[in-house]
Design a protein around this ligand. Structure first.
Ligand code: FES
Ligand SMILES: [Fe+2]
Length: 371
């Protein structure tokens, strides 16, 4: 199962460092066919659980050599987690890379979080490197222009006596909200306003429930592929080894989606393409969040809590169960393509419904149409 030192040495330098600070799972130009030994050991039906691969990207199995894009979608529109709330103090900045873009997250003096594209509209300095937070605005380290947090508009050019600042001197600012101990940003390819809200998960601040326990990891896939897993009921039997194919009721309303299974004991609510809230009665409530790093890579955050009555480690135990299970999906996701159209059995019509539902979360600016 282990990768030889020789194979490791042959691996190219990582093509990017992700927002998690770990080596990215991005497919680099030569980053393929490096783990043949692992492939030989990996026999499915069900897939083996390999929780060690969650945070060790070098232990992942990736064999794909074709260079064509794996998914025919742009980065979806929606609310996505960009940081844990405790990752950034008031008055501080933090560089991020999500949505295929360099970004700067900062908190105003009053604690309000703001997110900008990182590059200053003046001459392109990275605002996350030396930028200074002043009240609810950010001052560029290069020539001192100052940008309003909420709108991104330049509100001061300190060395020029001008009474008109052109509109072009505006940093792209993303709507943000702090909720469920996380900072969320609204990404929309055509910069339109949010069309739904981030739900409040009441258990996260309920004294009868444990403090949140978060697990995060990267996966080389896209939001839609990961979300499709939930409606792909046969895979539970063949990938995860459940004794039967589970049955679920599926309800859709605009950007909202709900599935109910296990005689009502399992409820999964979806809010757009990056955010699910799962409740397993008497066991756990958790947020499943997928933030696009770029078109083919995700930063997944799973945030668990469990009733205190189950003991102090209950949330951690639930996290272990779910992360063990997702380690079975990862080699499938990271080596597959999106098949369009797929060949489906009538019993798999939920996949078609899900794909139709997903279309509302994509924009094709500049007149581009869906491929
Ligand atoms: S590059 Fe930012 S003020 Fe000049
Ligand atoms: Fe799965």
């Amino acid at each position: 199962m282990a990768i030889s030192d020789e194979t490791r040495a042959a691996r190219p330098a990582p093509s990017a460092t992700s927002a998690t600070g770990r080596k990215s799972a991005l497919y680099g130009a030569t980053d393929v066919r490096t783990v043949e030994g692992v492939v030989e050991d990996l026999v499915g039906l069900p897939m083996p659980q390999r929780p060690d691969t969650l945070n060790d990207l070098s232990a992942r199995t990736k064999v794909r050599g074709e260079r064509t894009p794996r998914f025919p979608f742009p980065i979806p529109n929606g609310w996505f987690i960009v940081a844990r709330a405790d990752e950034i103090e008031p008055g501080r900045t933090k560089p991020l890379f999500y949505f295929g873009k360099d970004l700067v997250l900062f908190r105003g003096a009053d604690g309000t979080p703001y997110l900008f594209d990182a590059y200053c509209p003046h001459l392109g300095a990275n605002l996350a490197v030396g930028g200074r937070v002043e009240q609810g605005s950010l001052r560029c380290p290069f020539h001192g222009w100052r940008f309003d947090g909420a709108t991104g508009a330049c509100v001061e050019v300190p060395y020029d006596d001008i009474d008109f600042i052109p509109k072009k001197a505006t940093a792209r600012s993303y709507p943000t909200v702090e909720r469920n101990h996380m900072i969320w940003a609204w990404h929309h390819l055509e910069r339109e306003a949010p069309t739904y809200e981030v739900p409040e998960v009441s258990e996260f601040d309920d004294p009868d429930w444990l403090p949140i326990h978060m697990r995060d990891f990267e996966i080389a896939t896209c939001c839609q592929e990961m979300a499709e897993n939930n409606v792909d009921t046969p895979h539970f039997m063949y990938v995860h080894g459940t004794p039967a194919i589970p049955e679920e009721d599926f309800h859709i309303d605009g950007p909202y989606k709900r599935s109910i299974g296990m005689d009502g004991n399992f409820v999964r609510e979806g809010f757009g393409l990056g955010l699910g809230v799962l409740r397993v009665k008497g066991y756990t409530t958790f947020i499943s969040s997928t933030t696009p790093i770029d078109e083919e890579n995700l930063h997944v955050r799973w945030i668990f809590t469990s009733p205190r009555s189950l003991g102090p480690n209950a949330a951690e135990k639930a996290a272990r169960t779910f992360t063990n299970a997702v380690s079975q999906d990862i080699p499938i996701w990271e080596n597959k393509i999106y098949k369009d159209p797929p060949v489906l059995r009538p019993s798999e019509k939920a996949i078609t419904e899900q794909r139709r539902w997903c279309q509302q979360f994509y924009s094709y600016p500049d007149g581009a149409t869906r491929p």
